[in-house]
Design a protein around this ligand. Structure first.
Ligand SMILES: NC(=O)c1ccc[n+]([C@@H]2O[C@H](COP(=O)([O-])OP(=O)(O)OC[C@H]3O[C@@H](n4cnc5c(N)ncnc54)[C@H](OP(=O)(O)O)[C@@H]3O)[C@@H](O)[C@H]2O)c1
Length: 333
């Protein structure tokens, strides 16, 4: 089977296709033939070792000194179960599924084994393979941050960076929770963010959201431009600031700000809980969370997908179609 490997840090040209031994499922595992995967902002960060301020040296220790220790990137997939181990009861061959592997990565492949109790669930019937592959990265991240923040119906929430993978998930999940959502994005993405459930949209290129005269119970920052000092004046008493993208100084200062201000700063990596897969399946099945897919690239064009993600302005998610299915006009090479 083919896999995309990344053995050194650098531009998209470091990605190479390699033939790999076909995996065989263990007793508790399923073998999935991939139909789609994604290229996420995390894949770009690991490929280039571009980390938020202060995390460079730590990242080299965690991910590998000269190149990724796990050379196969990709943390999301969808596809069809083609074989199951003897002890597998949750899935059977022929099931369409989606999964996310988090920091274990390894999804830029044609076939992948997963334990039946990993973050894997049946593909919601109304979603394409490309949409289903994109459920986990933004969806699980925001389920976790909202769980930690205790987001409640009726609260006012602002999502800074509302048009990316995490932001589009944040807007939809907050709306579903009954919150009143304001999105911050560039003008080009205003209609998209409104269509996902935002009551108001602020164009960050034209207006500073902290000067719009409103306060919020919850602020989510996926863009790294809304630190505590900037948000504190527009965060309600008892409000929560969710720093999805935080540099090391902001992460270190979060407990201190929480102690001193009566507002809470929640930062750091989202917990990787396997039950989020079932939650996301349920939310997608009722139309409460449908991942936004900006572009779909064929597997052979994964370098071009990485190059687009690196721009930092994708709308939602970038999908990779694995099964050869040439001739569709909307593919980008
Ligand atoms: N803590 C965690 O566990 C966790 C989990 C997942 C991701 N992350 C991090 O979260 C960040 C976002 O990830 P993503 O995948 O959503 O990225 P993305 O898809 O690239 O989206 C980034 C968005 O930020 C917007 N943006 C850029 N500059 C902005 C500004 N000055 N003000 C407001 N918005 C701005 C862009 O919108 P426009 O195109 O409209 O400018 C873009 O849509 C990444 O840095 C990632 O590493 C952290």
């Amino acid at each position: 089977m083919r896999a995309v490997v990344c053995t050194r840090y650098g531009g998209p040209e470091v990605l190479e296709f390699r033939e790999q031994v076909m995996p065989t499922p263990g007793p508790d595992e399923v073998l999935v033939r991939l139909r789609a995967t994604t290229v996420t902002s995390a894949d770009w960060r690991i490929r280039t070792l571009s980390m938020p301020r202060g995390f460079g040296a730590i990242a080299r220790l965690v991910f590998g000194l000269h190149g990724p220790r796990q050379p196969i990137l990709g943390s999301e997939l969808s596809g069809d179960v083609v074989a199951v181990g003897a002890k597998v009861s949750r899935f059977k061959p022929g099931d369409a599924v989606f999964a996310f592997t988090g920091a274990r990565l390894g999804c830029h492949v044609e076939y992948r084994c997963l334990a039946q109790d990993d973050a894997i669930a049946l593909k919601p019937p109304g979603l394409s393979y490309e949409q289903a592959a994109a459920l986990g990265f933004g969806g699980a991240t925001m389920l976790d941050f909202f769980r930690r923040a205790g987001l409640k119906a009726g609260e006012k929430i602002l999502v800074n960076g509302a048009s990316g993978a995490v932001g589009t998930a944040a807007v939809q999940l907050a709306k579903h929770a009954g919150a009143r959502v304001t999105g911050v994005c560039s003008r080009a993405n205003a209609d998209l963010v409104k269509s996902l459930g935002a009551e108001q949209v602020i164009d960050y290129t034209a207006r500073d959201f902290t000067e719009a005269g409103a306060t919020y119970d919850v602020i989510v920052d996926t863009a790294g431009t809304a630190p505590f000092a900037r948000c504190a004046p527009v965060l309600a008493a008892g409000g929560r600031l969710l720093l999805v993208l935080a540099d090391l100084p902001a992460l270190a200062a979060a407990p201190w700000h929480s102690l001193r201000s009566g507002q809470r700063v929640i930062a750091g990596p989202a917990a990787e809980r396997t039950d989020y897969a079932e939650q996301l399946r349920g939310l997608a099945a009722i139309g409460a969370f449908v991942p936004v897919v900006d572009r779909t690239y064929p597997f052979d064009a994964i370098r071009a997908a990485h190059a687009w993600v690196a721009q930092g302005h994708k709308r939602g998610n970038i999908a990779i179609r694995i099964e050869p299915d040439e001739g569709h006009g909307n593919e980008v090479r």
